[in-house]
Design a binder for this molecule. Structure first.
Ligand code: FDA
Length: 312
């Protein structure tokens, strides 16, 4: 892992910085590159524009590691409100949640109940949309997959994120595929040791491609897997498209997901070419750790932040 990435990911966990950073104008200006705004209304306006351009959207209300059951319940209620507002706006937007935002640090049972309320609300809103579960640090993977399996036992409309940087993901994918799940494949955004995750980027990329191929093959083999390839890596996207064609699969066999404000040209290109192109739109005021992970993904983002500082 590069030094810059390590420093930024360590800073993402720092409480003092979490309180201080949002006070600075240049930080807030940099955050704007990745978020349409802090309010749900900002996310709804962005989703409308994306839909008009032929793209889908997924909303995530920023926050993680809540330490209070009432706060976790408020997050759950907020997502119910989001689903209602999305339906009223006539949008096809899905939601993506972090289990530690729904109380996983407090109790797995409480968290599962909150998740299932959101999944139920999504179904009652009449949509067939997926409620996605983000994957957080490696210490949460077992509990996340356990909650995913249990939730999925009762409700079809729950999907989960898997991280290609973890050695274990290959086995996790094997075990999940028979469930015909919705899987969002990412490279992985947290600080992990070489004991659990590939330290070299080229190994992460190779594992991503291998996992993506297996998801596509499962689909071609008749399994109703929803294969969501969440990456901005244009070279990898092309390899996946080629693989999809090699397997004789159509554009419906996989979809691409990216983050708001990143590789927007690529997002539009995919949509124009007939691929399902979905944009994850984050909003809310608790953006600090999430924003630091975005900086860590690309050193040029740090330069962008510094330029904003210079323009102060
Ligand atoms: P990579 O990091 O190799 O980047 C490829 C290229 O994309 C870069 O060269 C650059 O051009 C561009 N790029 C990538 N990141 C950028 C950034 N921040 N700013 C500007 N340009 C950037 N992770 C996780 O651990 N759990 C999760 O639940 C999720 N959920 C999730 C959902 C969706 C829809 C996406 C797209 C990503 C996630 N992630 C995630 C984040 C993921 O793990 C990963 O950290 C980022 O997507 C960056 O990796 P890439 O695959 O884009 O490749």
């Amino acid at each position: 892992m590069g030094i810059m990435r390590s420093v930024l990911l360590a800073a993402a966990q720092n409480r003092w910085l979490k309180e201080q950073a949002p006070k600075y104008g240049f930080v807030r200006r940099t955050v704007k590159r990745f978020m349409p705004g802090e309010r749900l209304e900002d996310a709804l306006a962005a989703a409308k524009a994306l839909e008009a351009a032929g793209m889908g959207s997924v909303f995530t209300h920023l926050g993680e590691n809540v330490t209070d059951a009432a706060e976790a319940a408020a997050v759950e209620e907020h997502y119910e409100e989001v689903l209602r507002r999305v339906r009223e706006a006539g949008l096809g937007t899905e939601v993506s949640v972090k289990l530690t935002h729904l109380g996983l640090d407090l109790s797995a049972e409480l968290c599962r109940e909150n998740l299932e309320k959101i999944a139920l609300a999504a179904r009652q809103q009449g949509g067939r949309g997926t409620v996605w579960i983000d994957m957080e640090g490696s210490g949460y993977v077992d509990r996340t997959l356990d909650i995913f399996r249990r939730a999925r036992g009762g409700q079809e409309n729950v999907g989960v994120c898997l991280q290609a940087y973890l050695y274990r993901t290959s086995k996790d994918l094997d075990e999940l595929l028979p469930l015909e799940p919705a899987i969002r494949l990412v490279k992985g955004a947290y600080q992990e040791s070489a004991e659990v995750a590939y330290p070299r980027k080229q190994d992460v990329d190779a594992n991503y491609l291998d996992l993506a191929k297996r998801m596509l093959e499962a689909r071609r083999g008749g399994r109703k897997v929803r294969a969501a390839m969440a990456t901005h890596d244009a070279a990898l996207i092309r390899r996946i498209q080629e693989e999809s064609k090699r397997l004789g699969a159509g554009q419906r066999d996989c979809e691409f997901q990216m983050l708001y404000g990143i590789q927007s040209g690529e997002q539009r290109r995919l949509a124009r070419e007939g691929w399902k192109s979905v944009v994850l739109v984050a909003y809310g005021s608790h953006w600090y750790p999430w924003f630091m992970r975005r900086l860590a993904e690309r050193p040029a983002n740090v330069m962008f932040a510094l330029k904003n500082l210079a323009g102060n």
